[in-house]
Design a protein around this ligand. Structure first.
Ligand code: ADE
Length: 418
């Protein structure tokens, strides 16, 4: 078996941590046990390009239990948990190509190595596998039934490809499932981003000014958690509706040019490029802490920061201090990569349970359909989304009411007035 991981001796630690995460993934566990009986993925080869974490390991094992051959590579050079990568190879025989801190060239070489499996399906977190296939590996397209996409940034890229009619195989947008973004993007990003910032800096949030850039699901979750820890939250937005929502949720909203002057912490979660740029770095206070929790580090204009700085040094693990002319210091966390995965362990398993249940069930849906889907970005079927919600509630021991016959009739009627 071909693989590339840091050190196979880390496998026992990876095993323990993966088992720990599995305890909080009851929905995926239920799916895994059904997959083991029914083998809906029998004979299918799946290449997954995801953050190599304990939660992803549990997904890979679920796909394997369903009969699939799985190869895994990292969806970000800094997010790989090397012990988990070793565990996947050593204990479960899953070819894994991922080393934390790998350079760009290795990152893409690893994607190519995983693709040598000649997949029937792909799983992406940021659309890098789709992009490599649509570039150098077009030869693989004929054999591909479809793929899935985990994250907002990837979905944006894929929808642009579909709109330009260049998308060569169908994709299911797992990110758009309600049981994904309501929980993973909001509560997962909210908690894990704060976790990453605190592990990297050990700074006090209470009483600080915390700038959240972007008020999508991730921004909402992050603002909520920072505010809960006692920070004064400022939101920056380009969308008036979202800005209005942030105002009514109780936050200050202003352009980045103003926020830059007062913030102690800055986090981008927008999916766009250069949200914090030269003029903003220049306006920041001495000691400002800057991080990104969006998928790509392009949200921060790091190139300009590098050019502006007269000195750069690593001052703590995950913290690079840039000194600007005049002596002001800006602290960049995790090289601007997703701070929740670079400096912490990503979203907790309890939310990844739902995201990865959607992934596993979407893979089953692609593998067992009689007719191929069109070359477009498709939603997760509503039955899958609500099945995941039902199972999660059941696993949590939460019961809900059911409509009575009379209520059902009332909701379907238009002529029953007051
Ligand atoms: N994305 C965010 N958190 C994650 C995690 N824990 N595992 C895999 N992908 C993630």
């Amino acid at each position: 078996m071909d693989y590339d991981v840091k050190d196979l001796q880390l496998a026992s630690e990876g095993k323990l941590r993966t088992e720990w995460a599995a305890r909080d993934m009851p929905v995926l566990d239920w799916i895994r046990r059904r997959f083991a009986r029914e083998k809906p993925l029998k004979g299918k080869r799946i290449v997954a390009c995801l953050h190599v974490t304990t939660e992803t390991a549990n997904l890979a094992r679920t796909l394997q239990a369903g009969g699939a051959d799985v190869a895994l590579c990292a969806s970000n050079p800094l997010s790989t948990q090397d012990d988990v990568a070793a565990h996947l190879v050593k204990n479960w025989g899953i070819p894994t190509f991922a080393v934390n801190g790998e350079d760009n060239e290795t990152y893409y070489r690893h994607i190519h190595s995983a693709l040598d499996l000649k997949p029937h399906m792909t799983m992406d977190d940021g659309a890098d596998v789709v992009s490599v296939i649509h570039g150098d590996r077009k030869d693989l397209v004929r054999g591909i039934l479809g793929g899935t996409e985990e994250t907002t940034t990837g979905v944006i890229r894929l929808k642009a490809m579909a709109a330009q009619k260049v998308l060569l195989y169908p994709i299911i947008s797992v990110n758009d499932a309600n049981t994904k973004h309501f929980f993973d993007n909001r509560y997962g990003t909210g908690q894990s981003t704060v976790d990453g910032i605190l592990r990297a800096t050990n700074r006090l949030l209470a009483g600080s000014t915390f700038v959240v850039s972007g008020y999508g699901w991730c921004g909402r979750g992050l603002a909520m958690r920072a505010s809960g820890a006692g920070a004064n939250v400022i939101v920056t937005e380009v969308d008036s509706l979202r800005a209005l929502e942030a105002v009514m949720d109780g936050y200050r909203v202003m352009p980045m040019s103003e926020a830059a002057k007062v913030g102690d912490f800055f986090v981008t979660v927008t999916g766009d490029i250069k949200v914090i740029r030269r003029e903003h770095f220049r306006a920041m206070k001495d000691g400002a802490i800057v991080a990104n929790s969006g998928h790509f580090n392009v949200e921060l204009d790091i190139e300009s920061l590098e050019k502006m700085a007269k000195k750069k040094r690593s001052v703590r693990k995950f913290v690079d201090e840039y000194t600007l002319p005049g002596g002001k210091r800006i602290n960049l966390l995790g090289e601007g990569r997703l701070v929740n995965l670079a400096a912490a362990e990503g979203h907790p398993a309890a939310v990844m349970d739902m995201s990865f249940a959607n992934q596993a069930l979407s893979a089953e849906y692609l593998a067992t359909r009689k007719k191929r889907l069109s070359r477009d970005v498709h939603p997760v079927p509503a039955e899958i989304d609500s099945a995941v919600a039902d199972l999660k509630l059941k696993a949590m021991g939460v019961g809900i009411d059911r409509l009575t016959k009379e209520q059902e009739k009332y909701l379907a009627a238009w002529d029953m007035g007051t």
